[in-house]
Design a binder for this molecule. Structure first.
Ligand SMILES: Cc1ncc(COP(=O)(O)O)c(C=O)c1O
Length: 439
């Protein structure tokens, strides 16, 4: 019997013919087909079937002011009329650099690139150029984009991750060169004793230690002060660099989540929100380390370029968005997330669900676990938890809420308490249905 395909089904059929798996980014894949966006405004997205939903995914936590903010639209539209990319420098690039440098006392110089992946890659290469060493250390399970070295052990499994005291460097992509695995040292998150013991085995060989202060895939739990401080002390004693990936977490405070700690990293990679809705990445640090990219030195330790880097459209959108993301705005989105976390905790208690909520700054994540995970291994989702989490996400989608597919959420200035209350109510309903094992 012939079934009338919906608009989305028909689009997905066409997509499958020309895109591997029918998508350009795996994050938008959903069964039986992705949702296709038609338009959006503020915190609401309408799909091609005309269904409107409240957007708590915000393009993977990158939209700090929601969609189509009128000031960003106006500024970008004006810039588009003047040209979108030149083989010339622009003043807007300098203005945006001045703005970023003024947000954090540890930033003296900044370089713009086109994505978070590129920012992390450039940061690792800069650390190698500065130290003359080539190995890096990273946290097990932490996502830093697609660069070979940065993605090691991002998807480790119980079957291949090895012991806690000596995590195995596990490749993500088939065909990862063995040399890459040999040059990446994997440490456990928030476990200073084990992490420092592992680092000690590689003394004198590491260019840097790569840390996300609140790694989403590791459970969206902030790094403890003790962990960050011990790693910082270790890098200082070793002559290696502390490399912060703040691609997501820069939204957490005016100068990034690093404000939570007493230590400052040598380099910071940024992306997502600082592009105001356009593709972006950036690396910032002191002039001393950033000068490895200085083309006026001889030799240039790390020659660095990019056709669309610092294009005036991204710079305009980014500057407009970040000027509006002042300390009041940061406090506002953080308060919304706190409100959500308090509401979800109350819902978990009221329903007796085997679930918990983690987060920090303007983000939170629901786990189908009784206790908040401390490490990647703790946060590893079992098939049973995955089944319940998928059911919760389906319920939320059907009730009009878009979440990040780990059941994480990012607030934006386009939201208010009404949207938070509505989400909490829907999560409570979902937990009532699927909160307990076997439900
Ligand atoms: C912490 C972190 N680093 C790096 C990246 C890579 O950024 P992009 O997707 O812009 O390449 C991401 C993307 O989700 C991220 O969350």
């Amino acid at each position: 019997m012939a079934v009338d395909p919906t608009l989305s089904e028909a689009l997905y059929e066409r997509a499958l013919a020309v895109l591997p798996g029918g998508v350009s980014r795996n994050t938008v894949l959903r069964r039986p087909h992705p949702l296709y966006a038609d338009h959006a405004s503020g915190c609401r997205v309408t799909d091609v079937e005309g269904v409107e939903r409240i957007d708590f995914a915000n393009n993977m936590a990158s939209l700090i002011h929601g969609h189509a903010h009128p000031e960003i639209v106006a500024a970008v539209t004006e810039q588009l009329g003047k040209g979108s990319a030149f083989t010339l420098a622009t003043e807007i690039e300098i203005r945006f650099a001045e703005h970023i440098v003024n947000r954090n006392a540890g930033f003296e110089k900044v370089r713009f690139v086109n994505s978070g992946t590129e920012a992390v890659m450039a940061m690792l290469k800069a650390a190698r150029a500065f130290t003359g060493r080539y190995k890096i250390a990273k946290v097990e399970g932490s996502y830093h984009g697609l660069y070979d070295y940065a993605e090691v052990s991002q998807t480790s499994q119980p079957s291949n991750w090895g012991s806690e005291s000596s995590p195995v460097a596990v490749p993500v992509a088939f065909g990862t060169p063995p040399g890459v695995l040999a040059d990446v040292v994997v440490i456990p998150f928030n476990d200073p004793e084990r992490a420092v013991a592992i680092l000690d085995e590689h003394r004198g060989t590491l260019a840097g230690v790569l840390l996300d202060p609140m790694p989403h895939r590791v459970g969206l739990v902030p790094a403890s002060s003790e962990f960050v401080t011990r790693v910082r002390e270790w890098t200082e004693s070793d002559g290696s660099l502390l490399l912060f990936d703040e691609v997501i977490t820069f939204r957490s405070e005016f100068g990034g989540a690093q404000e939570w700690y007493d230590v400052r990293p040598d380099f910071t990679a940024m992306g997502k929100l600082i592009g105001g809705g356009f593709p972006v990445g950036a690396i910032a640090g002191t002039a001393r380390v950033m000068d490895v990219m200085n083309p006026l030195t001889d030799p240039v330790l790390f020659p660095h370029s990019g056709t669309f880097s610092a294009n005036p459209v991204t710079m305009t959108a980014g500057l407009t968005a970040m000027e509006m993301y002042d300390t009041d705005a940061v406090e506002y989105v953080n308060a919304l997330a706190n409100l959500a976390v308090a509401g979800i905790k109350a819902a978990i208690e009221a329903t007796g669900a085997e679930a918990c909520v983690t987060g920090g700054g303007s983000m939170f994540r629901v786990h189908m676990k009784a206790e908040p995970p401390a490490t990647y291994r703790d946060s590893f989702v079992t098939p049973e938890e995955s089944r319940r989490l998928t059911a919760l996400l389906d319920h939320l989608l059907d009730s009009g809420f878009i979440m990040i597919n780990t059941c994480s959420a990012a607030t934006s200035t386009a939201m208010g308490e009404a949207e938070i209350d509505a989400l909490v109510e829907s999560i409570a309903e979902g937990l009532e249905m699927v909160g307990s094992p076997g439900a």
